[in-house]
Design a protein around this ligand. Sequence first.
Ligand code: HSE
Length: 418
Amino acid sequence: MNGHRQLTIGLFGFGVVGEGLYKVLEQTPSLHATIKKVCIKNPGKKRNAPAALFTTNKSELLDDPEINVIVEVINESEPAFEIVSTALKNGKAVVSASKKMIAEHLTEILDLQKKYDQPFLCESAACASIPVIRNLEEYYDNDLLHSIRAIVNGSTNYILTKMFEDKIDFKQALIQAQQLGFAEADPSLDIEGWDALNKWTFLLTHAYGIVGKPEDIVFNGIQNIKLSDAAVAHEKNYEIKLVAQAKKLNNGKVAAFVLPQFVTHDDPLAFVKNEFNGVVIESSFADKQFFYGKGAGSFPTASAVLSDISALRYGYRYEYKKLYYHTPPVLTNDFFVRVYLSFDDWKRIPREKFEWIEEWHAGERKYLTGVIHFNHLKNDSWWKENNVSLILTPDTIIEDIEIRKLKKKSLELAGIMD
Ligand code: HSE
């Protein structure tokens, strides 16, 4: 695509993001981008745009030679993939916000981009207004990137903030997130961690060149977190956040997961409230960087779509340098984590699986902190069931080489060894 060429857009979807984009484009004539047609599912719904703009026939967009960009912001994953594949095959550039579709079809989307030599941009699919994908693509070399920790789901962060700071109950906070347009059509995707998992799956590709599947990554949402957990967090001077993280271990492999975590008050992620998202990147020479911005909602998401559209005018595309020009690291579950667990019944906790237990509190709602091999989380589900709540501690990852030393020390402390 030539620089400064007029962009004629075919837009799929006119929900929170689609309508936001329409309004934002109307206010940005300098972009030389116009929406020619909008394909929608339900023609009966009242829309805030001229009726002539809409169609229910997708080929009016996909087969129109004048349309050179397809912007796809629909909810359903499989129809979204169908649209993206056809658009790329038909020689059109694509901008997509469908995180679930991208995570589930990552390999195919990479192949389609190569085969049809067309750009596929998806900045809005992760962290909305924060340009995290372009940053990971362009700025950091794989070898230099030590770790990324991020809050990538606005709804769960909004709910946690409302519950623990404004003392609003879970259901009420969720209703607010839905009314504000942050939540997914099926909010269990947010609450149970699926949305964050999907985003993390393809962010790992841009960060490290890892092309994985969502099912490769251990995850949970915030559905099991109790007010009593918040009380413990408060006592220890922590906050609870749903954190997606990836860390390069000493053996060069990458540990990656999406789980609730206690964060200290000096952690930049503690500063991220409501629907905001945040990303903390640690690299060899830059040290620590923090990106912060709105991660959900109509205009913040539309702003990222707009930025992709603008980038297309200059022929921008992802090069996937870490995937194609380097040997990407592999994911590993061979490390240990320090966790906090709260539960009703001690019998539900397989204590033999712990390397050691550091803290133990009885009472109606019991809790412990201890160290466990990550494989026990990958292969079992007891920690997600039976009213058990698992929260990672701040410096959660313990590598193999450290474990013996720490084990000896903890046994000494327990008075078992001299
Ligand atoms: N439901 C998503 C969130 C929307 O809450 O983050 C933005 O991807």
